[in-house]
Design a protein. Sequence first.
Length: 130
Amino acid sequence: MNNKLALAAAALVALIAFDNAFAEEHAEEALKHANDAANAPGDSRAIREHAAEALKHIDSAKEANAHRPEVIQHLERGEAELKDAIEHASHYNATSASDTASGAKAHLERAHDAADTPPAASPAAPPAER
């Protein structure tokens, strides 16, 4: 019985680790595509395509970092910028689309950096009075 319980626990840990690695991959892919969009000045179609690809990965990245509000904040700002970049690119305003994609890239980079930073320790609770 203990072997089955240990095996089930190990499987659960492996599943969680795989899920976290998969979610981190989504954050990396979103950043990669935002970078590609930002580095396509003058090409509305490329900006639109890369920004749309980046958006496909944002929800999974947010889900993986749900416990990290500073990461979520930058992911949401990056998401908004990506949507704006798509809107500008759809109207063939490549300059604005590129600028907005660069803003999205910056937010996704900050989210990536914040995700790599260990969470701040909670301040110690004051001693109980007697």
